[in-house]
Ligand binder design. Structure first.
Ligand SMILES: Cc1cc2nc3c(=O)[nH]c(=O)nc-3n(C[C@H](O)[C@H](O)[C@H](O)COP(=O)(O)O)c2cc1C
Length: 243
């Protein structure tokens, strides 16, 4: 299995890259990671639409399909979000640096985020997954909220996997959306539509590769919480380099 792989070079039209969507599922899952450093080169609309089309195969609560996806390519709109990302990062990144000082893998992640913050306007496409409706006056608040927000993230994961398969760099981010009112204004969203997260897309400067995750036996419980007979069980491919 090819794990470290750059996006396609040369012809990056939909026709040239579409066969990459058939990458084996486990390869896509094992190598999908936050790829924040991307080139400013354009991405074919057809590729973006295909990624979103695959994203739409995801489940939603009651099959409501109350999702909307805004594809942002306008530099001035991206610049507005870039300013918000910078302000949020000044606070969040500063805290992150203090809390994770001395941890080289975290320093690498923080540097990658910083790169994205500094180059946000140059990212060729940013998809903004949104939800129609809101959780208000729900008799069962927790399940109402998990069902509401849970109706977008499966599609976002599909989008990330589709992007990975075709060789696009992608990441799931929320910090540029810290002001929902500003995001609504910038995107022309009505009050009934809430932006949930953003997925910047572009041809990667870096590489996809293995991720670092906790081992399966450490997070799985059998029947009751705390009963963990699979502790110590780990597959060879669950080892990964820090990202
Ligand atoms: C809900 C959510 C919000 C996130 N927000 C941001 C963000 O604002 N900026 C960013 O750079 N990464 C953001 N991330 C990405 C995580 O930092 C990333 O998934 C994590 O570090 C794992 O990265 P890896 O898949 O490369 O190992 C977010 C992830 C999630 C699930």
């Amino acid at each position: 299995m090819t794990i470290n792989e750059r996006g396609p070079e040369g012809d990056r039209s939909y026709a040239a890259v579409s066969e990459r969507f058939s990458m084996p599922l486990d390869e896509a899952m094992l190598t999908q990671r936050a790829v924040r450093k991307v080139l400013p080169d354009p991405v074919d609309d057809e590729i973006v639409l295909r990624c979103i089309e695959l994203a739409l195969r995801a489940p939603t609560g009651s099959n409501g399909q109350n999702w909307e996806f805004v594809v942002v390519k306008d530099r001035s709109v991206l610049a507005t979000f870039a300013r918000r990302y910078r302000s949020a990062w000044r606070i969040y990144g500063g805290i992150g640096e203090r809390v994770t000082a001395g941890d080289p893998s975290m320093s690498k992640i923080l540097a990658a985020v910083e790169w994205q913050v500094d180059h946000f306007e140059e990212i060729p496409v940013v998809v903004v997954p949104c939800l129609r409706g809101a959780v208000r006056f729900a008799p069962f608040p927790t399940i109402a909220q998990t069902s509401h927000y849970g109706s977008i993230y499966p599609s976002v994961q599909n989008l990330l996997l589709a992007a990975r398969a075709v060789g696009l760099g992608a990441s799931l981010i929320t910090l540029p959306l810290w002001s929902v009112a500003m995001a609504r204004r910038a995107l022309g969203l009505p009050l009934s539509v809430q932006p949930i997260c953003m997925v910047p897309l572009g041809w990667p400067r870096g590489r996809y590769g293995p991720t670092t995750r906790r081992p399966v036996g450490e997070v799985v419980h059998l029947d009751t919480y705390g009963r963990q007979p699979w502790r110590g069980v780990e597959r060879a491919d669950s080892q990964g380099a820090a990202g």
